[in-house]
Every structure is written in C-alpha cells, then in structure tokens.
Write a protein that binds this ligand. Structure first.
Ligand SMILES: NC(=O)c1ccc[n+]([C@@H]2O[C@H](COP(=O)([O-])OP(=O)(O)OC[C@H]3O[C@@H](n4cnc5c(N)ncnc54)[C@H](O)[C@@H]3O)[C@@H](O)[C@H]2O)c1
Length: 123
C-alpha cells in the first residue's frame, strides 16, 4: 500500500495574527505574507493610523484580516493558529505585556512568537 500523495492536516494553512504593527510588525507582515501556506488572518494595534496603513498593505496582497485593538479579544478567536507579538518597545513593558500576551496565547493552544530582546546589556 503506497503512502497518500497528500495528507490533509492542520498545517495545510496556518492562520497567523500579528500584534504591534509599526516597526517589527511590518517586517513580520512581509515575512509571513511571503509564505505560501500562511494566511495573515488578524492584525492588532492600539494605534488607528498604523492599523489603517498595515490593513491597506495586507489587503493589497490579497488577505482580509480581522482587526483588533485589544489583544485579549484577538486571543479569544479560536480560528487563529499562531500569534506574532511585536508591541512594547520598552523593556519594562515588554516583560509585562508581551510576556502576558504570550502566556495567554500558549494557554489558548496557539503557537506564539514574541519579538523581544533577551537582555538589555551584557552585565
Ligand atoms: N526594531 C528592532 O530592530 C527590534 C529588534 C529586535 C526586537 N525588537 C523588539 O520588538 C518589539 C517591537 O519593536 P518595534 O521597533 O517594532 O516597536 P514600534 O514602536 O515600531 O512598534 C510597536 C507597535 O506596537 C503597538 N502597540 C503598543 N502597545 C500595544 C498593545 N497593547 N496592543 C497592540 N499594539 C500595541 C504600537 O502602536 C506600535 O504600532 C519591541 O519589544 C522591541 O524591543 C525590535
């Protein structure tokens, strides 16, 4: 008996959400947007202007993401497989907020990528 040519599975198409859209978030949009098996399914930012710009960019390449200003609402969305967290440019906020969002994402069984520094200096 031969192996099936194609086995349908959860990784056929990964629905990704990106949170924090200005700097690194834009890079993540380009990165994820260039992968054939990834759909940019949601965007999240507290800044309406940044959201409008990124939504336009993402729609131009064919995605129709849902938009959120509150990451807690985003994480409640059961159709999202993975969350890329790129907010909080200050280290203190990064530890507090990104860590919390990352933990909550894991608890909801999502793959989580947190774009943050591992340390602030070499001491
Ligand atoms: N810029 C870099 O080269 C770089 C490299 C490595 C790591 N990082 C880390 O990546 C993260 C993002 O850096 P950046 O340079 O893209 O910052 P940025 O200020 O350019 O972008 C952050 C975005 O997050 C949004 N945001 C802030 N709080 C939010 C919240 N509660 N919910 C949703 N959106 C929120 C802001 O409106 C903004 O659009 C930081 O933690 C930074 O330390 C940055």
């Amino acid at each position: 008996m031969g192996a099936p040519a194609h086995v349908a599975g959860a990784i056929d198409r990964v629905r990704v959400a990106i949170m924090g859209l200005r700097g690194r978030g834009e890079d993540h949009i380009h990165g994820f947007g260039s992968l054939s098996n990834v759909e940019i399914a949601a965007l999240c930012d507290i800044d309406d202007n940044v959201m409008a710009q990124r939504l336009h960019q993402v729609q131009k390449v064919g995605f129709q993401p849902e938009t959120y200003s509150d990451v807690r609402k985003l994480l409640e969305n059961k159709t999202i497989d993975a969350v890329s967290i790129c907010d909080a440019p200050s280290l203190a906020r990064a530890h507090r907020h990104m860590g919390h969002a990352g933990r909550q994402g894991c608890l909801r069984r999502k793959a989580v990528l947190v774009q943050s520094f591992a340390c602030c200096n070499f001491k």
